[in-house]
Ligand binder design. Structure first.
Ligand code: MGD
Ligand code: MGD
Ligand code: SF4
Ligand code: MO
Length: 882
């Protein structure tokens, strides 16, 4: 066994350290105990990383116009086609669309090429959909895009306010740090501000299920109320801020009564929140997409920051407005200038800044004005202004709003280049040129997490096939476009060092992002770099945990700004035709468009299908029962998802996960429903809010098929693919009756050479199993209503010789063989523990999560399922009482 490689998790912005051990062919992954973010822990996605490393589905060879080519040909074609379009239509006719999942070194090269050498600023990233509002908020308030806090602050605060953040699922390790701190310090309070009850409300003292989009009013109200109680920090305001009186004036109208009415909250909850603030020494607001993804996202951020400034709750332990970044390197993108309205290293397009960067890069064609942000960029592709787009590390056909228009735009675009790790994504399917990139575990570089901590991602696997690092691909294209000298990089350490030097270039304390202390790193030192928080410079040689401790901000006068905030509701209100509000977001075990987490059976078991969470009363009014298929439609598009009735939803509001796409389901891209409405200041889309109509999707049959090998379900039906280790598994439903199931199966899934046994049941039911050469090949079940199959038992049959006797009848029935326990829905993905087992253990006396952990091991590894275990315990207790 070799010594563990220390690297960083490629998923969320918590940025956990990962220790990888290789032993023969086996690779095991655990938390890196020395990493400051996680101290050795990993959540369920991090723990499953080793299962995503296989090469199945990987893009391993460059492709041009559908043909496999070698690298020189691919690179020359990209360079030539880009150069032709630039020569004919000018630099504004080309664009890059990149990702917060690129490494800092990749990002730096992409940004330098586009802004310094091609000469347009048309490089935007998926961070536009994610962090853009937070960036505007910080820049307006502090004069720089600087997150003041550290993760330690969650352990030191008195009130943690999770606003528009479901950290229990989206930032699990940070959430667990918070929960542990709370156990040790019972006086600590947790407030969750979210229209729906989430796993993060599990241990909250107060959940404010406010009207969608109304957050700014709540924070204005808190500001006004604290001012009235004389609880603002007048000294701090006077010494270190400007704009307090205007902000207070704007907040004046927001009495607790008015806040309660506007936010549709009980008055008692509003005042309870204000009292919590009044009584606590330290407040920490952790905010995320429920704040940023809004047409007033930037203002919501500043309403939060206003409160922290006015209360003097910033720059000290346990305090601050803490925007949680989503992607592993969203922050790195912000540092290099990976947004179309920033130039580089926290510099914008002021004349002096442009000149400074031009001199540093020795750039021949530096861009002098901002480029197109993501939504506008794809609009420009649609109207033909942008004729070439290079997409790297993101899947916009799934994740951008108005996604059907995005897809159409790419179909019509003369040149689409995609750098990807996977061969088949909804976006890669439309590319003229596909470039195989190195994936996590193969690539080398650095990332910055939510608390400004720079860590290394290290390679522990050889490059597969022809895959190459993103920085290398970009540099090679740059060289072929004639910019050789500026892109002559041989190692990512050289890029990092240049980036660090630019951050310090003529900085003199004027720009927050300064890592000039790392500018001289050679390869060896870069290889060994240990995590540290920027700034890293002469003043902070070993990094800095907390910014603004000295009350000095980055505006020229050194003072922070409070802004007058006028709360605005989302741009499109519900209408008679589209009466409900569509909210979207994440689930615990999937990552975005599922290209990697969708490969892991274990991560698919927790939630296996796109769903639509509805309040039971809304569902009753629509005649929709739990588990039925629904059709959701907006003016932009439609989708099918399975109804999940829950009082966790507010009335009038539905929730759909953002993850599903054409690779996994028939009609499940929620972003095809989202209007391309953006915040005017940040350009960030209002992905959390669309007026929607929900109706039943009446199916006349529901089926599941398990088969060895692959197949494509027929068009016109609903289907959803559930990754399983043993078999391909589709859940299906149809609106057209099928007269002869055997013929239908033969046509779409192939039954040649199989020995078959079938059973026709009453009520439209039909089951069929087929085997060949000692192996079960296919199992199919159809009914008029939803099925209740024991999937684990069916899958187990694919690992054994075809059964006979009662076990065969059990397989035909879709049930566990006699004497075997039923598995049911998986709750603990780490140990594969299902709900029936957990409920049985509770019934037998396990009264706490600890007792359950001892009996079944559930919840004892990553802890991501603890909120659900608590819910099941509560459910059981509720039943006992009833
Ligand atoms: N498991 C998992 N974890 C992830 C990711 C993933 O794909 N899967 N992605 C990562 C990325 S890139 C990101 S950006 C983060 C996102 O992390 P989060 O922002 O925590 O996740 P979301 O589920 O998108 O949205 C958070 C919450 O905002 C709420 N919300 C909606 N509208 C409003 C509103 O008007 N006001 C308030 N206060 N809340 C509202 C939603 O109900 C939702 O519960 O997660 C990161 N972590
Ligand atoms: N409705 C709705 N829409 C949303 C959101 C929402 O909450 N609601 N959230 C938004 C947010 S916050 C985000 S961050 C986006 C995320 O949306 P996307 O960025 O589109 O989602 P990913 O699936 O992470 O896409 C990353 C792609 O890069 C590939 N990849 C992985 N590693 C590498 C690599 O090293 N190099 C290269 N070249 N490719 C690689 C992956 O296979 C994958 O196809 O979605 C946004 N869209
Ligand atoms: S919390 Fe989970 S997904 Fe996020 S970085 Fe840590 S292990 Fe990875
Ligand atoms: Mo994100």
């Amino acid at each position: 066994m070799s010594a563990p490689h220390c690297t960083t998790c490629p998923y969320c912005g918590v940025g956990c350290g990962v220790a990888v051990t290789t032993q023969g062919d086996g690779i095991s992954v655990s938390g890196d105990a020395t990493h400051p973010a996680n101290g050795g822990r990993l959540c369920v996605k991090g723990s499953a990383l080793a299962e995503t490393l296989d090469l199945q589905g990987r893009l391993l060879q460059p492709q041009v116009d559908g043909h496999q080519v070698d690298w020189p040909q691919a690179l020359e074609t990209v360079a030539r086609r880009f150069a032709q379009i630039i020569a004919q239509h000018g630099p504004q006719a080309v664009a890059f669309y990149a990702s917060g999942q690129l490494l800092t070194e990749d990002y730096y090269v992409a940004n330098k090429l586009m802004k310094g050498f091609i000469g347009a600023a048309n490089i935007d990233t998926n961070s536009r959909l994610c962090m853009a509002s937070a960036v505007v908020g910080y820049k307006r308030a502090f004069g720089g895009d600087a997150v003041p806090c550290s993760y330690q602050d969650v352990e030191l605060t008195d009130v943690a306010i999770l606003c528009g953040s479901n950290a229990a699922w989206a930032h699990p390790i940070l959430y667990q740090r918070l929960m542990r701190a709370r156990q040790q310090r019972p006086a600590m309070k947790v407030v969750v501000i979210d229209p729906r009850a989430t796993a993060s409300c599990d241990d909250a003292d107060l959940h404010l299920a406010l009207r969608p989009g109304s957050d700014a009013a709540l924070f204005n109200g808190a500001l006004h109320w604290l001012a009235q109680q004389g609880l603002l920090d007048e000294t701090f305001l006077q010494r270190h801020t400007e704009g307090a009186s205007a902000a207070l004036q704007a907040a004046q109208a927001w009495t607790p009564q008015r806040v309660a009415q506007y936010c549709q909250l009980p008055l008692a909850q509003v005042t309870a929140f204000f009292h919590l603030l009044a009584e606590a020494k330290n407040w920490l607001t952790l905010y995320s997409m429920g704040v940023n993804q809004s047409s007033s996202g930037a203002d919501k951020c500043n309403a939060i920051i206003n409160l922290h400034l006015a209360g003097g709750r910033i720059g000290r332990a346990g305090c601050g407005p803490f925007s949680l970044t989503g992607q592993p390197n969203a922050m790195g993108g912000r540092e290099v200038g990976g947004l179309a309205n920033q130039l580089a290293a926290h510099m914008g397009f002021g004349e002096e800044e442009v000149d400074r960067v031009r001199r540093f890069w020795q750039a021949p064609n530096i861009a002098r004005r901002p480029g197109l942000n993501a939504v506008d960029l794809f609009r420009a592709v649609a109207d033909g202004t942008v004729k070439a787009v290079w997409i790297m590390g993101t899947n916009p056909v799934v994740s951008l709003p108005d996604a059907d228009r995005v897809r159409q735009a790419l179909k019509e675009c003369p040149l689409v280049v995609v750098s990807e790790v996977m061969a088949d994504t909804d976006t890669a399917a439309l590319a003229h040129i596909r470039l195989p990139a190195l994936a996590w575990g193969e690539k080398e570089g650095s990332v910055t997490n939510s608390e400004r901590c720079i860590s290394r991602q290290r390679a522990f696997l050889p490059p597969p096939g022809e895959a190459r690092a993103d920085w290398w691909i970009l540099s090679q294209v740059a060289q072929r476009m004639g910019y050789g000298a500026a892109f002559d990089y041989r190692h990512p350490a050289e890029i990092f060092s240049e980036h660090a030097a630019l951050s310090g270039f003529e900085n003199q304390g004027t720009r927050a992002f300064d890592i000039s202390g790392l500018a001289g790193l050679d390869r060896q030192a870069w290889r060994q770099m240990t995590p540290l928080q920027w700034p890293v410079n002469a003043q902070y040689p070993t990094g800095c945990q907390r910014l603004f401790a000295d009350g000095r901000f980055f505006h020229p006068d050194g003072k922070a700004r409070l802004l007058p905030i006028a709360p605005r509701l989302p741009q499109h209100a519900p209408t008679l035709r589209y009466p409900l509000v569509l909210n979207t977001g994440r689930i615990r075990d999937q990552w975005h468009t599922m290209t990697r987490t969708g490969k892991t059976a274990r991560l698919m078991r927790h939630i296996s299908e796109p769903f639509c969470a509805l309040h039971p009363q809304d569902a009753a009014a629509l005649d929709i029962a739990d588990g039925e298929l629904t059709r959701l439609a907006t003016r932009h598009g439609w989708m099918i998802a399975r109804a999940q009735l829950t009082t966790d939803q507010r009335r009038g509001s539905v929730f759909v996960p953002m993850h599903w796409n054409d690779r996994f389901t028939a009609q499940g891209r929620v972003d095809s429903l989202i209007p391309p409405v953006v915040d005017a200041l940040s350009g960030q889309p209002e992905s959390k809010h669309a007026p929607v109509r929900v109706s039943r999707w009446p199916a006349c049959w529901q089926a599941e098929i398990f088969l060895r090998g692959t197949a494509t379900p027929p068009a016109g039906i609903y289907w959803s693919r559930v990754t399983q280790a043993q078999a391909t598994h589709f859940i299906m439903a149809g609106q057209q009756p099928v007269a002869d199931w055997e013929a239908w199966l033969q046509q779409h899934f192939g039954l040649e050479g199989l020995t078959l046994q079938s059973a026709s049941l009453s009520q439209y039911g039909y089951h069929l199993i087929g085997w060949r050469r000692g192996e079960v090949q296919l199992a199919f079940y159809v009914r008029r209503q939803a099925l209740a199959l024991d999937r684990a038992a069916i899958l187990a049959a694919f690992e054994q010789a075809p059964p006979s006797g009662p076990p065969r009848l059990a397989l035909l029935a879709g049930r566990a063989a006699p004497g075997q326990a039923a598995q049911g829905r998986t709750v603990c993905s780490c140990f594969g523990i299902g709900e029936p087992q957990i409920m049985a253990a509770i019934a037998q006396g396990c009264g706490s999560t600890e007792a359950l952990g001892e009996a079944l091991r559930c919840g004892t590894n990553c802890g991501s399922c603890l909120p659900e275990l608590k819910k099941l315990l509560a459910q059981h207790a509720g039943r006992q009482v009833a």
